[in-house]
Design a protein around this ligand. Sequence first.
Ligand code: DHE
Length: 524
Amino acid sequence: MNRCHAIKALLLLLATQLFAPAGAATAEVEKTFTRHCAECHGADRLGGMGPALLPENLRRLRRGMAQQMISEGRAATQMPAYGGTLSAAQIEALVDYIYTPLATVPEWGLDAIRASRKIHLEASALSDKPVYHADPLNLFLVVELEDHHATVLDGDSFTPLDRFATPFAVHGGPKYSPDGRFVYLASRDGWIRKYDMYNLKIVADVRAGINTRNVAISGDGRYLMVGNYLPHNVVILDARDLSPLQLIPTRDEHGTSSRVSAVYTAPPRGSFIVALKDLPEVWEIPYHEKATALPVYRGPMHDYRAESGEESLADTRDFPVRRIRLEDYLDDFFFDRDYRHLIGASRNGKGQVINLTVGQRIAELELQGMPHLGSGITWSYQGRDVLATPNLKEGTVTIIDMQNWQTIKTLKTLGPGFFMRSHDNSRYAWVDVFFGKERDAVHIIDKEKLAIVKTLRPAPGKTSAHVEFTRDGSHALLSIWDKEGAVIVYDANTLQEVTRLPMRKPSGKYNVYNKTRYEGGTSH
Ligand code: DHE
């Protein structure tokens, strides 16, 4: 054997030694996965009866919890305990496996979406009047994260009317049809569920993506738009039966693709607004014929279908994309009341105001990063609109004059908050302290004095977060974000507790009237 061959043989030996055990371990864990997990979670980990097991979908689940879930199972679900069947090392390997990203972004095209659709009840089987006596516009939907359910709550008597299963890990605000009859929930796994608030029945399901951010509904209630991290696209659904109408890959002109941070509806503009995570662009997609003549804007429209080659289903609408190019990436944002401006935080943490009509930045804001999309609210202060938002990097609430975009007040809080809420009929705005050891506190701000006037600790030691008001603004509902949690109802004027309803880790709650009327004190 000459020297060169000897070196080659040595390298080969080293490679076998280095890579064979890893390869063998991978084969072993894949075998374990196929034997025990694939039936419910899908051979490709994209989900089935159980949720998708991909790092993107498991972001809210700590590895320790995943390990515990595999060994002990999950109460009230089909997930069995594997502690007696699998060794600690096998369970550890499974955890490593499910937190490893897939080698390529999986496909989930129109055919897969169409095939996933399930109609549970046809329109003919449903009454077009509410089957209860409560005010249908003063109902709340409360999302309960612990056991993946939602409760329909009467906002006058504070009694539950129904409790139904949601897809795994619902995230973001459910969206109501303009008349409040239907609600659409989106799960992190891409499932969209349509529920009838009149009949208290689940109507239809469809899987519009593999890892979804949120869903928006057009102002006329005709279309839904789903924004996805996986694959990189937005999907337009027919709101009537959830059938897919269009799939728009989120790519720039050079083919670089991007995750979608969120999609929002802008009813006065007749369009959807799409926030992109990995491209310095914001997209506006008109859903209304008249919206194509957007005021002042005369820039080019982008024909995404010619580029993607995607089939367009037989819907009369076309959904052209207007790209608004930005100087920086905008991680998150919300809008002023008439949707002329978009107010967002860029990656470097600076606040920016973009005028949507001219498609340009018109101001910079003193914001230390928004903690959460849509975390801001607006109200009228001394005759002008102000916006207020908590900050990600510090325990403060910033209040900004929306005429000149100057900060008029910074309020110190006990820690960074996640959600801020009010109502036009209430003199108070509520902000939680979501992060840190004071997360059981919630501050109440007097909107006239621009000052914190009270701090509540409704359940010491437990996170209290996310407030939503009743239709008339007379009561505020707050979540105790705990396994054995509660929704606490407060008199919004006296700030006294009225009642406490046990719930299982209630996260957001959504009032039909406030959401469908675009109340300034809440998210849309
Ligand atoms: Fe949310 C809304 C993004 C983490 C609970 N969240 C939203 C929306 C977006 C968003 C884009 C608006 C969608 C809508 O309503 O249509 N959320 C993000 C993130 O990027 C972030 C920081 C990281 C992530 O993991 O995605 C994040 N969010 C969380 C949580 O950890 C929370 C507290 C628990 C959970 O459910 O995962 C959480 N997000 C919520 C809630 C809303 C929401 C309750 C709806 C608020 C509302 O009142 O409308």
